[in-house]
Design a protein around this ligand. Sequence first.
Ligand SMILES: *Cc1c(COP(=O)(O)O)cnc(C)c1O
Length: 421
Amino acid sequence: MDYKASEHIQDLQYFGEFGGINPSISDSSTYTFLSAKTMFDTFEGNTEGCYLYSRHSSPSNLYLGEAMAQLEGTESANVYASGMGAITAVILQLCDSGDHIVCSRTIYGGTYAFLKNFVKKFNISVSFIDITDLNTVEKSITPKTKMIYCEAISNPLLEIADIPSLSKIAKKNSIPLVVDNTFSPLSISAAQLGADIVVHSLTKFINGSSDCVAGAVCASTDFCLSLKDVNNGAGMLLGSTMDSLRAASILKNMRTLHIRIKKHSENADYLAKQFLNDGLTVVYPGLENHPGHDLMNAQMNPEYGYGGMLTLDVGSVEKANALMESMQRKKLGYLAVSLGFYKTLFSASGTSTSSEIPEEEQKELGLSQGLIRFSIGLDNDIKKTYKTMRECMEELGILAPDTSFGLVLERKGLAQHSAKS
Ligand SMILES: *Cc1c(COP(=O)(O)O)cnc(C)c1O
């Protein structure tokens, strides 16, 4: 793939009201109409290009929506107050009572809880399947199935979905393929690969400063307008509207997304290779031993790398907790959920972000209690970070002290250097 998303985002040109180089922020909940007839038409559903009330749309939200549409190369995009706000709106828009969803079994804990527990109220049923097993995906589709749902790179196991093949199955059955691309913005252009609807939590890499929750739906203009429909739109009626001030600040952060993703990927790739070399159980799509490595190579935009997410299995929840506390004390990052921050964030998925999944099911998925999910930060000196991480692991007996030739030489080199100076 070679989709030039960041060029398209950077070429978006919006002038502020007074010729400012940033667009003006729309600071109103409601808008005047010059004629009563236009207001009537708007409420009849003729809302395109028209502002009526900010739960429906606002100039700042439309600007951010356009940038999100450029990110995925879709006709249109809507923004929401959270990733879950975007995801739940899409699901409830596509499904009626009695409908069915085919869904990957390794997905974000909140999405899992919504599909496992909440949609029962609406008599919607869900088959959770192994998304890498295309046969099972195809066999699980019934006449009532309204979508295939998955994550491009899954949380937290980092499985890679074969988007072109899933898209073929979806097309054959005339249902949409919905892909959550939160873990891999820019790296994977899900819509270009065949996803019909792409959802994002902007809370993570896209905003990148861990100071808000936000979401988006990238899709056809028809679908985006249907979500906003004043009579039947799940986006409009469930009300998870993004605030305009926040839309403006996320748009500004999006302009540096390409630089950040490259650095997140470079740092994660370095650490994954070191950990592998140390004999640790590390999962990273950039490693040749990752089951989805070739698929990732075939789907990714290579300049952005394999992304900033990796997992490390240190054997037990006790060791995982001790390691995370020690890394936090040494300022390597924060023991916190979420991802895409400038500092590394780490959490034990089984007891945090995936705790919605019962322990038995976690075992089946291969999600062990000692698994730590890392969102690798923008560290300027990742080699130094690695050395400090190693120290933490040696202190806890996760790694034996390194007596390898390379490190000894490096230490000698350091010793010589300090002797000279
Ligand atoms: C965080 C996350 C979500 C939910 O997004 P919020 O902004 O927290 O509502 C959905 N999917 C994935 C993959 C996520 O990481």
